[in-house]
Structure formats: structure tokens, C-alpha cells
Design a protein around this ligand. Structure first.
Ligand SMILES: Nc1ncnc2c1ncn2[C@@H]1O[C@H](COP(=O)(O)OP(=O)(O)OP(=O)(O)O)[C@@H](O)[C@H]1O
Ligand SMILES: [Mg+2]
Length: 282
């Protein structure tokens, strides 16, 4: 798989802060890959995301160490406009991301900046409103939207740019369980059908883990675990102090002392229990 983004020994210290928010991070996001990033509050997740979308080093004041590459080019040498055509970003605070008065204008904004013809813009607006399931919000004033609606509009506006990489920083934090499930299913589809590489930051590991190729766990600015989601979660289940909510199916597997296959969804859990009852090795 081709590397889309690569962080090589990246550290970042905010101005007037004693210690760095992230330290010596080595990470790569490959073409078509779905990576889930989690970690306790203040672990450095948003800082990490901002290294992938160009906010660091272009906008955020502070001291950066190491190198960040986008498709092999150091992001220091790329304009933020150029980065934005390749990397779409949904920020933790959708409030600050929405700038236009009306939802359709918000989605059109980035496309107009690309100089796309009005017909193409109109088609893309239809497509992403449908994709995200917010057709009914098309003509709404953005200042009348709820937090969850703003998150969906921000996601739609980013998708309209058709990026090959998508970075989402807790895009479901304002959504109820059903809304969360819908957004994660949407990301799964985009990843599989359009081959978009995704870095999803989520506290709700249980919802997203079944779809992730890889789980990365950040703590105090460092990657403490990385690998297949089920394996990483099983390892973490014995260390509660890490501050990550372990999915119920992983806890069940731990109770049953499973060694072979750790379930992440109900079907896999049923299979594990059935095999256990048959006296098979699990
Ligand atoms: N703009 C800033 N200026 C100074 N310090 C900052 C700034 N943004 C974040 N920090 C600090 O950097 C560290 C990492 O913050 P970051 O927001 O990256 O963590 P996070 O894992 O995203 O947290 P959360 O789960 O709360 O979103 C924290 O100690 C935080 O206080
Ligand atoms: Mg954050």
C-alpha cells in the first residue's frame, strides 16, 4: 500500500507550554487504510490530527520537531490550499469550522474556491447531502443547527472536496448512539467504496473498532500501543488506568480467557460463545 501521510519523529510543543503535546511520533497512513486513534483527554489526539492536515506547521504557533510528508512531499513545502485539496479535515469543534450563513453555501464554499463550474458544485451538494443523510438541512441557516447537525454539515462540506485522505476529530461527540452508528457506517462505506484513507479520532472505541484496520493508542503525547484493534484492546483490558473504555465483547473474551479470536461485534461474540460451548478452543 502507498503511504499517503508519514510522520517521522514528530514532536510539537505549544508556545508557553513546558512539555510537548506530542513526542517523537512515527506514524504512517496508507492509501485506503482506516485507522482509529484513541486515548484519554489531553493525550495529544487533536495535536496529532493537526499534524496530518497542515494546521501544524502552517497555522499553530509552537515548536515542531521531525518531518511530516504528504505523498512524499514535506508539508513545510506545501501551501495549505494544496494540502486541503488532498486532506479533508473535520475538526473537534465544528462551530469554528462553519463559516457560511446557509448549509448549501457552506458546502459550496470550498468548491467555489477550487473554481469548479456551478453545475458540478450543484451535483456535489446533492450527492454529499444524500450521503450524510441531511437533505432536509439544505436551506437551513447554519446558526440554527444543533451541535450534531453542525458536525454532519462539516463532514458533508469536507466530503464534497473529494479528498483521498479524511481526518476526523471526534465527529460523533455531539451525536446520539444512532447518529454515531450512521456516521461510522458512512465512513466505513467511503473507505471501502471510494478508497478514502481515514484517520478517525474517537472516544467511542466500541463503535468504530470493528471497521478499523489499525488502532493507535496515544497517551501523554506518545503512541503506547498500535496494531489490530482486537489484539490491542485485549492487551489494554488488563490495564484499566490507560483511560480507554474497553468494549464489552473484549471484556467477555477476557473473562472467557479467549486466545484465538477476540470479538468486536455481536456476531463474532456469538461465534465465540458457541465454539466455547462446543468445547472448542477459543
Ligand atoms: N492551543 C493550545 N495551546 C496550548 N496548549 C494546548 C493547545 N492545544 C492543546 N494544548 C495542550 O496540549 C496537550 C494535548 O492536547 P490535545 O488537544 O492535542 O489533546 P486531546 O487528546 O485531543 O484531548 P481531548 O480528548 O480533550 O480532545 C494538552 O495538555 C493541552 O492542554
Ligand atoms: Mg482533542
Amino acid at each position: 500500500m502507498k503511504e499517503k501521510i508519514k510522520l517521522e519523529g514528530v514532536s510539537f510543543k505549544y508556545s508557553r507550554r513546558e512539555s510537548p503535546a506530542i513526542k517523537d511520533i512515527c506514524f504512517s497512513l496508507k492509501s485506503g487504510e482506516f485507522v482509529l486513534l484513541t486515548g484519554p483527554a489531553g493525550a495529544g489526539k487533536s495535536t496529532f490530527a493537526n499534524c496530518l492536515n497542515g494546521v501544524i506547521p502552517h497555522f499553530q504557533k509552537g515548536e515542531m520537531g521531525g518531518n511530516i510528508y504528504l505523498e512524499g512531499v514535506n508539508t513545510k513545502d506545501l501551501s495549505t490550499g494544496k494540502i486541503a485539496t488532498k486532506v479533508g479535515s473535520v475538526f473537534q469543534d465544528p462551530e469554528g469550522q462553519i463559516i457560511c450563513a446557509q448549509v448549501d453555501e457552506e458546502i459550496a464554499y470550498g468548491l467555489e474556491n477550487l473554481g469548479l463550474p456551478p453545475r458540478v458544485i450543484a451535483e456535489r451538494i446533492d450527492e454529499v447531502l444524500h450521503l450524510v443523510g441531511i437533505e432536509d438541512l439544505r436551506n437551513r441557516a447554519t446558526n440554527t443547527l444543533s451541535g450534531g447537525q453542525k458536525q454532519r454539515v462539516a463532514t458533508a462540506a469536507v466530503l464534497a472536496m473529494e479528498p483521498k485522505v479524511l481526518i476526523l476529530d471526534e465527529p460523533t461527540s455531539e451525536l446520539d448512539p444512532q447518529g454515531t452508528e450512521q456516521v461510522i457506517q458512512l465512513l466505513h462505506r467511503l473507505n471501502r467504496e471510494k478508497n478514502i484513507a481515514i484517520l478517525l479520532i474517537e472516544q467511542k472505541v466500541e463503535d468504530a473498532a470493528p471497521y478499523a484496520d489499525r488502532l493507535v493508542v496515544l497517551r501523554e503525547g506518545e503512541i503506547i500501543r498500535e496494531g489490530a484493534p482486537a489484539q490491542v484492546l485485549m492487551e489494554l483490558s488488563s490495564q484499566r488506568e490507560v483511560g480507554i473504555e474497553i468494549p464489552q465483547f473484549v471484556n467477555l473474551a477476557k473473562l472467557m480467557d479467549a486466545k484465538k479470536s477476540i470479538p468486536l461485534d455481536i456476531l463474532q461474540a456469538k461465534t465465540m460463545v458457541r465454539n466455547y460451548l462446543r468445547g472448542w478452543e477459543i
